[in-house]
Design a protein around this ligand. Structure first.
Ligand code: ATP
Length: 304
């Protein structure tokens, strides 16, 4: 896969404080990445560095082969950006707003109607933005970010203010762009929602990257327990299962839960299936992104 964004030993300091400390990673075409971390972890600062809005104090940033901090940043037109707080000229209509940004980005005029339709604002296109709800402004911000079919899309907390139906539509839109080869970096606190939507997660803590990989990679590294839930028929839990060294908790009539390792889950299932015909239901709950996030933060705190 082609590399689109690269951070090499990047530090960004404000006064004596490092907002980013020695960050190194690269992003690839056709990849959706979640950038997660507590408030003040450095997420927005990383995005601003990629946009060339601020310069690194040390290290280097490259976006689409260019240095965004250099005066001439040719790749800027191929970047889409949705800031954390979108603010528009309230006197312009939605269509006029997009036309304004399309001119700035030299994006084709045909994008305007297409994107208004994509974000469900066609009917409101002729209304002043001042009359839009918060969610509608957020949708307009997203349409603005998608102008010119960007190769790199930087979205700072993009789903804030979107209702559940629109969130799903938003992720479908991103998936289309990703399939066309865009790099999509989203900063977010909505971990549960992101879990099935991203290829990779970068966890930042106090300016440092403390974990970086697919959710599967993070699960492998963290080695957190897997929860197995077994439901049995009227004969109850067979003795072979009761006799395992696992601690079974009763979670309902003839339903039990225990924690095991990732490697332990298959032997346990085989045992349950072989025991008798009494197994009625199985759920396997792998560690969630929320749990992985908490784990990496705790390990980092413990190490410091
Ligand atoms: P949030 O989730 O709250 O949006 P974030 O992860 O995006 O947080 P940043 O906005 O990147 O965090 O901020 C990282 C750190 O850098 C914070 O400690 C912040 O106070 C500091 N910082 C950011 N911009 C500036 C600035 N212009 N001047 C001084 N400090 C700054």
């Amino acid at each position: 896969m082609t590399e689109t964004v690269r951070l090499d030993g990047v530090t960004k300091s404000y006064g004596g404080i490092d907002a980013i400390r020695d960050a190194t990673y690269s992003l690839k075409a056709g990849e959706t990445i979640a950038l997660v971390g507590h408030n003040g972890a450095g997420k927005t600062t990383m995005i601003k560095l990629m946009l060339g809005l601020i310069h690194p104090s040390a290290g280097a940033v490259q976006v689409l082969g260019d240095d965004p901090a250099a005066g001439q940043f040719a790749a800027r037109r191929r970047l889409g950006y949705l800031p954390e707080h979108v603010s528009f000229n309230m006197a312009l209509t939605g269509a006029e707003t997009l036309a304004f940004y399309a001119r700035l980005k030299s994006a084709p005029k045909a994008d305007i109607a297409r994107l208004l339709d994509h974000v469900g604002l066609t009917d409101a296109a002729g209304r002043r933005v001042g009359t839009y709800s918060k969610g509608m402004r957020q949708r307009l911000g997203l349409a603005q970010a998608l102008l010119g079919s960007p190769a790199v899309l930087l979205l700072d907390e993009p789903t804030t203010g979107l209702d559940p139906a629109l969130r799903q539509h938003f992720y479908d839109l991103l998936e289309t762009m990703r399939a066309e080869g865009a790099t999509i970096l989203m900063s977010s606190h909505a971990l549960t929602e992101l879990e099935s939507k991203v290829d990779r997660v970068i966890i930042a803590n106090r300016g440092r990257v403390i974990a970086d990989g697919s959710i599967e990679d993070l699960r492998r590294i963290a080695q957190l327990p897997v929860r197995v839930r077994l439901g049995f028929g009227p004969d109850g839990m067979p003795p072979q299962i009761v006799g395992t060294t696992l601690e079974w908790r009763r979670i309902g009539a003839n339903r039990f839960e225990a924690e095991t390792t990732s490697q332990g889950k298959l032997p346990l299932l085989r045992e349950a299936l072989a025991a008798n015909g009494n197994l009625a239901d199985v759920d396997i709950l792998a560690p969630t992104l929320d749990e992985l996030y908490a784990h990496f933060l705790q390990s980092k705190e413990a190490a410091e």
